[in-house]
Design a protein around this ligand. Sequence first.
Ligand SMILES: Nc1nc2c(ncn2[C@@H]2O[C@H](COP(=O)(O)OP(=O)(O)OP(=O)(O)O)[C@@H](O)[C@H]2O)c(=O)[nH]1
Ligand SMILES: [Mg+2]
Length: 159
Amino acid sequence: MKIMLIGPSAAGKTTLIQRLIDKEIKYDKTQTVEYVGNFIDTPGEYMQQRGYWGSLTITSHDADIIGLVQDSTSEDCWFSGGLTTKFEKPVVGILTKIDRKDSNQSQARSYLELAGCRDIFAVSSYTGEGVDELSDSLHAMVERYKKENARRYEADYFD
Ligand SMILES: Nc1nc2c(ncn2[C@@H]2O[C@H](COP(=O)(O)OP(=O)(O)OP(=O)(O)O)[C@@H](O)[C@H]2O)c(=O)[nH]1
Ligand SMILES: [Mg+2]
């Protein structure tokens, strides 16, 4: 299974992946699309600059689940309304940095809802809050998707 994270620069995508796969938390600017274990990490610029959208779209075909990542301390929303309909696969919303005092979860949640996300998770990659719940849900989603699409895909497609 592959989960692709999309969101603006500094939203916390790479740090969340580090947390999810128990790697040392260390700032590492994403320069290009990177396959890290079961995750596909993408640079924020790929969604913030229109010219790179093609590359995100093509890469999304490699993913089983898409995660839209919104920094809960940011006033900015880079997701267009109904964005989730562009992907023909499950899309979840993830709001990050909930450990910070300036976190505004309800605003971040509303941005993700407008983008079309129904399942929304709130996490802190620093404290780990919400990360297990996200991880369990992603696994459950992949299992469900695998069962529903058993006839469409080879058994080893999700390895
Ligand atoms: N307080 C707090 N800071 C976080 C959290 N997650 C990420 N950060 C910080 O936010 C900054 C950006 O995090 P990244 O994970 O590199 O962001 P990104 O979305 O991968 O950014 P690009 O690679 O530029 O697309 C770093 O300084 C992180 O340490 C969090 O849960 N809490
Ligand atoms: Mg990154």
